[in-house]
Design a protein around this ligand. Structure first.
Ligand SMILES: [Zn+2]
Length: 166
């Protein structure tokens, strides 16, 4: 059996393990897909440092591409330039909001020096994904995973998760 579906479409449609409402394509972590007959090489850039999701993403990519008929799947990780939450597509933002999660604000410009590994909490204006109010406050810096913070809306009183900007 030879592969019939485009490898890029398959790879882009793999859901993120931690944010399953968005795909690798939506997150912008899919850097390149090189198809050579039945062989495919996928290059991805990990999101938040220390996210344990990378192993799951690798397994999902191998499984889905294998099921589509690809004979060998090579997965390369590219760390430079580092992933930024600015790479999340408008479609990704829309899906996050639809799931009640506030998408990240625009990330601060990077320092030219070494990339800081800590996710520092800056003052930011986060809009409630339900009522769009910006009268929100941070309840916890980490919510479930390191890439999300827990917020509460002061207008509708609902708690919601916020994907941190990096
Ligand atoms: Zn609200």
């Amino acid at each position: 059996m030879s592969p019939v579906r485009d490898a890029r479409d398959i790879a882009a449609a793999v859901p993120d393990p931690e944010l399953p409402m968005v795909t690798l394509g939506d997150l912008g972590i899919l850097r390149a897909v090189q198809q050579d007959g039945p062989d495919v090489t996928v290059t991805i850039t990990p999101t938040y440092s220390g996210c344990p999701a990378m192993r799951e993403i690798n397994q999902d990519l191998r499984q889905r591409l294998g099921e589509a008929g690809y004979r060998s799947v090579t997965i390369r990780t590219e760390l430079s330039p580092p992933w930024s939450s600015d790479w999340i597509t408008p479609e990704g933002h829309r899906k996050l909001r639809a799931a009640g999660i506030a998408p990240p604000s625009v990330a601060a410009p990077r320092n030219p020096g070494p990339i800081p590994l800590s996710l520092t909490v800056r003052s930011r204006s986060v809009a409630c994904p339900r009522c769009q109010s910006t009268r929100t406050s941070e309840v916890a810096a980490f919510s479930g995973t390191a890439c999300k913070a827990l917020y509460r809306c002061e207008e509708c009183r609902e708690p919601f998760e916020y994907v941190k900007e990096i």
